[in-house]
Design a protein around this ligand. Structure first.
Ligand code: CA
Ligand code: CA
Length: 314
């Protein structure tokens, strides 16, 4: 039984994902029905990676001369939690996405590549070892195989994020995580792009070691909106603590302490709702927008927490 690195390999005209997986008959045909989630949430993960290999000759015409080994590439990917596992084995999960905004976006050299919103084929896969075998390795991957054309007319044939832990200690569940993978738990973390610069031209690849992954929260947008509002319409000493509460809630969400984060967000909403009458024209609308953003985040992230909710409007 083998379970090794699985990068995309070039073969003829077809890209094939090669998994060195031999499945034990003991674990086939075992269906596990995951508890369905009541509230779906879109999770955006930001990542950075150090380029360690490039097919330079093939890719310079579209990626430009200004990239080389050691450069950083940056990207994000988005998945939704309201998605069923389509893989019947209980320790493997495939979460498949066919609509926008789900997918991968990454900037490499002169090009930004992204999932084609009209033709989404994105998979997030999570493998938590084997139940019946001797190999306990864990795997987490995200790939996108239909991406928008490059400015040169070529194509990012595959965008692929691949984490692997041969010890099998990185994860102990195939449920969709609410947070970014913890990179130090994985002993292999690779980003791969397979790109052809022109229609029907040969494809080359970019390989990079992923160096950071973190969840991007709508909280960041909320903080930005409040900061902008307070710059133009200051509340004097009444604004003390507003940004602090949001910063505190953001940090707690980042650490997965959702209950504390929700309490803090709730406190912000109460305080800000009380201050709303102080925002006069032309800042009323922006202030109401800040409140609405905060309430939306609360509704989407705190529905399961046992919290006395902020007072709703009339
Ligand atoms: Ca499964
Ligand atoms: Ca495991």
């Amino acid at each position: 039984m083998k379970h090794g690195v699985s990068l995309y390999l070039k073969g003829g005209n077809l890209m094939k994902r090669i998994f060195y997986v031999v499945t034990s008959s003991l674990v086939t045909a075992l269906f596990l029905f995951m508890p369905s989630r009541v509230v779906g949430e879109d999770i955006e993960i930001r990542f950075e990676a150090d380029i360690y290999a490039i097919d330079t000759q093939i890719l310079q015409p579209c990626l430009g001369k200004d990239f080389s080994i050691g450069d950083i590439l940056k990207g994000t990917y988005i998945y939704g939690t309201d998605t069923d596992d389509t893989n019947p084995e209980d320790n493997y999960a495939h979460y498949d996405y066919d609509i926008t905004p789900y997918g991968i976006q990454v900037t490499i050299g002169a090009q930004t590549m992204r999932t084609d919103p009209e033709n989404v084929e994105v998979r997030l896969g999570i493998y938590d070892g084997y139940t019946g075998g001797s190999v306990a390795s864990d795997t987490y991957f995200v790939d996108s195989v239909h991406n928008l054309p490059l400015e040169t007319g070529g194509n990012a044939e595959v965008l692929y994020i691949y984490l692997y832990d041969d010890g099998g200690n990185a994860i102990d569940s195939v449920e969709l995580p609410m947070t970014a993978p913890v990179l130090s738990d994985w002993n292999m973390k690779i980003f791969q792009a397979v790109i052809s610069c022109y229609p029907d031209s040969p494809s080359g690849q970019v390989l990079a070691h992923i160096t950071s992954m973190e969840r991007v929260y709508p909280m960041d947008d909320l903080v930005d909106a409040l900061t902008a509002l307070l710059e133009v319409s200051p509340l004097g000493n009444k604004q003390s603590g507003l940004l602090g509460k949001l910063a505190g809630a953001t940090a707690k969400f980042d650490r997965g302490k959702d209950l504390q984060a929700c309490h803090q967000l709730n406190a912000f909403i109460r305080q800000f709702a009380g201050l709303l009458p102080m925002f006069e024209e032309p800042y009323e609308d922006d202030a109401e927008d800040v409140l609405e953003q905060a309430e939306n985040i609360f509704d989407s992230r705190c529905a399961d927490e046992k919290i006395m909710q902020y007072p709703m409007g009339e």
